[in-house]
Design a binder for this molecule. Structure first.
Ligand code: UGA
Ligand code: MN
Length: 317
């Protein structure tokens, strides 16, 4: 039985099957080889599934997270010794947040390769742009409208490129709990929440009475309709696009108020109250100690050392 013998060689080592006749013998061996191919098929499928799971676990975000409404984070920044440290800290916070575009906008006439390098290394999707403060404000001895031209540049970008999702102004020096980003994605018009460490009052917050927005708690009211901190609100992009003239005024102390007023009409009961209906603190108005600019490196003494390289990584005003 040549044919039967061939099956036996592949599928079985049992000689009794071989001797029991060609018809039933090849049926049995056929059954065994089907089993074998099935085993190989199942094993291969399992290996592929394990590899796929491993691949997915290496991806930063699952497909369901990527499908969430996008977040646009506008961060004003400016040249100073602390700049790269601030951006690094904020950037790695944002790295925990899915479907986000970080708009880093520097108060400068040209971009700084050191900033671009830092943003590249962090790996959060970003756009790096410049928007200098107008000269007349720069020259003033009084308070300056910090970060305003940057934020207005960000709004201009959103009007050109964004159709849905939510916008948030995140100063480069503040501190953010990532859960606020997941909450702000679903804001329908404007959302607000408390901010810690604002003035000696300790916190700036909407006041909620009987489940409704009933004014604001802040160390300084100053005749503002919306006495809130920059870190304490976010805005839906579709809603923003319905207000093509909304922007931030160059008015120190009144930036938030002016911007929120420019979103009129906006009823108080259309404001979403986040962070457990404003019972929790998820953002903090922190400030970094100002550092003096680094002195020049003695290039004669330290030529041919690593210090020559490090020196090029310092931001000097
Ligand atoms: C507070 C508010 O949180 C700011 O949103 C507001 O713009 C500012 O006051 C103001 O009213 O002038 P504060 O912590 O006092 O912020 O200010 P900074 O942190 O120094 O600046 C706010 C943002 O603007 C930062 O992201 C900073 O990088 C940027 N900035 C500051 C500039 O782009 N240019 C500057 O010259 C200074
Ligand atoms: Mn600040």
């Amino acid at each position: 039985m040549k044919g039967g013998g061939a099956y036996i060689n592949i599928g079985s080592s049992s000689s009794s099957i071989n001797s029991s006749g060609s018809g039933s013998g090849s049926k049995m061996t056929l059954g065994k080889s089907v089993k074998m191919y099935l085993t190989i098929f199942i094993a291969t499928t399992c290996i592929y599934m394990v590899l796929y799971q491993y691949h997915m676990s290496r991806e930063p975000f699952s497909p369901s997270e990527v499908g969430k409404p996008p977040l646009y984070i506008i961060t004003p920044t400016y040249r100073r010794p602390e700049q790269l440290a601030e951006l690094t800290r904020l950037g790695y916070t944002l790295k925990h947040v899915a479907n986000l575009l970080w708009l880093v906008i520097e108060d400068a006439n040209k971009t700084n390769p050191l900033v671009a390098h830092t943003l590249d290394r962090i790996g959060v999707p970003y756009e790096y742009m410049v928007a200098p403060m107008p000269e007349k404000y720069k020259q003033t001895k009084k308070a300056k409208p910090r970060g305003v031209s940057n934020r207005n540049r960000g709004l201009e970008y959103l009007r050109q490129h964004a159709t849905e999702g939510v916008l948030y102004f995140a100063d480069d020096d503040n501190t953010y709990d990532i859960s606020i980003f997941e909450q702000m994605r679903y804001i329908s018009k404007v959302g607000m929440w408390p901010v810690g460490l604002v003035t000696k009052t300790g916190v700036s917050s909407p006041i909620i009475r009987n489940g409704k927005l009933d004014g604001y708690y802040d160390g300084w009211i100053g005749g503002r309709k919306y006495p809130v901190d920059m870190a304490g609100f976010a805005v839906n992009i579709k809603f923003l696009r319905q207000r093509p003239h909304a922007q931030m005024p160059f008015k120190p102390g009144y930036e938030e108020d002016g911007f929120l007023r420019s979103l009129a009409p906006l009823d108080n009961n259309e404001i979403d109250l986040l962070a457990d209906e404003c019972r929790d603190i998820l953002t903090w108005h922190t400030q970094t100690k100002k550092n003096p600019p680094a002195q020049a490196l003695n290039k004669t003494r330290y030529s041919n050392t690593n210090l020559v390289h490090i020196d090029k990584l310092l931001v000097r005003p």
